[in-house]
Design a protein around this ligand. Structure first.
Ligand code: 5CA
Length: 186
């Protein structure tokens, strides 16, 4: 039987199952891109047991990530950057994938208004590009707020530095790794 190159073959002759490279979801750490490696290292430094994986499919948006992973969109922890209206500093909101952030609620908790953060500001001040912003591993420590709705799930997924990189975690890991405050966000 002809087997395409680069396919992993599982099973014995006659009952071989071909696994296409696109279905490999686990990457060895040495295979991770620079940004994903940075996240993997930040997780280790925070004492969180989690493994960054790079998927063939895009995980740029919460919907794409959920589709690539095979989980609910609400189980995606999206890391959104805002700009403090007074401080000018970046502020991190980690929200459930289906929730729209109520900026007034977060502003009240932050003690300052929330401005928009454009792509350049995010890259410059946080060190990652939109679509792959992780909850850890940023250039500086960010004031952080965590959506209480994420705690409805035992396991959730977050971005890991690139629009193809994610990791699975427990919601309770988020306050530990960020020092962030849990509140109602939607
Ligand atoms: N990788 C997935 C989650 S695993 C992810 O990063 N999803 S996300 O929702 O957190 O990132 C996309 C978010 O970036 C959007 O919800 C939107 O709020 C924000 N965004 C997209 N484009 C821009 C832009 N041009 N300027 C500022 N924010 C943007």
């Amino acid at each position: 039987m002809a087997v395409p190159e680069c396919a992993l073959v599982v099973g014995t002759a006659g009952s071989a199952v071909k696994i296409r490279p696109s279905s490999f979801i686990i990457s060895a750490m040495s295979d991770l891109s620079r940004s994903a490696t940075r996240v993997q290292e930040a997780l280790a430094a925070a004492g969180i047991v989690a493994r960054v994986v790079e998927l063939p499919a895009s995980t740029r948006t919460a919907a794409e990530a959920a589709s690539a992973i095979g989980c609910e969109v609400a189980q995606i922890a999206k890391s959104l950057i805002f700009r403090g209206a007074t401080s000018g500093d970046p502020l991190l909101v980690i929200a459930s994938g289906t929730n729209r952030v109520d900026e007034k609620r977060v502003a009240a908790a932050a003690g300052e208004g929330l401005g928009k953060a454009d792509a350049e500001f995010v890259r410059q001040r946080v060190g990652f590009a939109i679509g792959g912003i992780p909850p850890v591993g940023h250039d500086t420590k960010l004031v952080t707020f965590i959506d209480e709705d994420l705690f409805r799930f035992e396991r959730i997924w977050a971005a890991a530095g690139t629009p193809h990189a994610v990791f699975e975690l427990s919601p309770s890991d988020l306050p530990l790794m960020t020092g962030g405050r849990v509140l109602r966000i939607a």
